[in-house]
Design a protein around this ligand. Sequence first.
Ligand SMILES: NC(=O)c1ccc[n+]([C@@H]2O[C@H](COP(=O)([O-])OP(=O)(O)OC[C@H]3O[C@@H](n4cnc5c(N)ncnc54)[C@H](OP(=O)(O)O)[C@@H]3O)[C@@H](O)[C@H]2O)c1
Length: 266
Amino acid sequence: MILITGASGQLASLVVDRVREAGLSIETASRSPDADRPMNFDEPDTLDFAGISTLFLLSAGYAEDDVVIRRHGRVITAALRQGVKHVVYTSLSAASDHLGFALAHRWTERALIESGLTFTILRNGLYAELIGMLAAPRDGRITVPFGTAPIAAVARADLADAAFKVLSNPEAHAGVTYELSGVAPFSVPELAQRLDVSYESSSLQYERKRLSKLPLLPFQAPMLLSISSTAMAGFLNCGVSDLEKLVSKPRDALSVACDAARQHSS
Ligand SMILES: NC(=O)c1ccc[n+]([C@@H]2O[C@H](COP(=O)([O-])OP(=O)(O)OC[C@H]3O[C@@H](n4cnc5c(N)ncnc54)[C@H](OP(=O)(O)O)[C@@H]3O)[C@@H](O)[C@H]2O)c1
């Protein structure tokens, strides 16, 4: 039996749809009471993996590093104790190493590898939807300080397709780490051109001030700012991607980002 955690989230719900459509036998776990197994990684008593051979461990949300590390550590310990064989983990691409939220992913990869569990690591690139949302035009122009370098963003739907491929035959992907950045990187100037708006990159200092005025949790501003710094320095264009090993025809990430940008423009 396969268990998919985080089943009500945007990525995991796409994975659930695909495996269900294919008729695979799965159960869902989520903080939502509608799940087959109501589960919250912050509540150790809910970590029920009885009868599960393959666990799709959806990285657990947006929080401080110590919180995420504690969540994932608990899951790995409970999975080991309860006889799970294989964990498929949604991590973050190597190109994202400079991002503020990469550390908890790298910690989890190491914990999984050292656990003795069979693992498959899906190192997801930044979502095209996220880049589009962050770069959404405000008053008809884009000002986010993302520089001009290409960003190897990837559609969530492609990452769900990749996860589905692995879950269809987990043994074939045992011990493999896949780099799943986008295969057609695009820059914010290209995004602006496609949206027919201007792009005037602001400074990191301006962006920091802007973020400080938004109703964000304390860890969120530095996390978001790290996306700007990394994009501006040109580190989000990854030369290596295994996406086409798992997804035959990746979607046009720029179009996906444009749709998200239109949806979030103000
Ligand atoms: N590649 C990227 O661009 C990128 C960017 C940001 C974050 N991420 C990571 O990718 C994950 C999936 O992205 P998404 O867009 O699908 O996120 P999302 O729609 O915001 O959903 C958050 C996910 O985290 C799970 N979660 C949160 N707190 C949890 C807890 N205490 N215990 C168990 N699960 C918990 C949620 O599960 P339930 O609500 O079902 O319980 C849900 O699946 C995120 O959680 C984050 O770790 C990736």
